[in-house]
Design a protein around this ligand. Structure first.
Ligand SMILES: Cc1cc2nc3c(=O)[nH]c(=O)nc-3n(C[C@H](O)[C@H](O)[C@H](O)COP(=O)(O)OP(=O)(O)OC[C@H]3O[C@@H](n4cnc5c(N)ncnc54)[C@H](O)[C@@H]3O)c2cc1C
Length: 93
């Protein structure tokens, strides 16, 4: 089984039996700019989130390639630490 976000950094390997796409899980659930707290679904694209945050002069300190495709689920520190080891996550939030 493989979770698939934007598909920009999928691990190499043999075909899997089941792919679960987060494509339709793309909502901002809650955003409190004054508290700097945002709760989103895992399929939200980085660029879409940055556009929302920019309306309030804020941004998420992540800068992955292909932000119009990359999702929060695929970019999260936990996901990256699984893929690359915790040392690859200098800006975990
Ligand atoms: C040069 C370079 C610089 C980078 N810089 C940054 C950076 O500054 N900040 C940063 O955060 N990332 C960075 N990245 C890595 C970044 O995490 C990925 O490029 C991209 O964000 C992955 O998003 P995606 O939606 O395309 O994931 P996918 O390619 O779809 O998936 C990537 C991995 O995450 C898993 N996954 C996807 N969605 C979920 C989910 N909902 N739940 C659990 N697992 C899931 C997949 O199974 C897969 O193992 C960089 C990569 C490169 C090559």
């Amino acid at each position: 089984m493989l979770f698939v976000g934007g598909g920009t950094a999928l691990p190499p390997g043999p075909p899997v039996d089941l792919e679960i796409s987060s494509e339709k899980l793309d909502r901002v659930i809650e955003y409190e700019p004054a508290d700097q707290v945002v709760i989103v679904e895992c399929g939200l694209r980085l660029a879409a989130l940055q556009r929302e945050l920019a309306k309030h002069g804020q941004r998420l300190a992540l800068d992955p390639p292909q932000p119009d495709k990359a999702t929060l689920g695929g970019s999260s520190p936990r996901t990256r630490s699984v893929r690359s080891g915790p040392a690859s996550v200098p800006c975990a939030t």
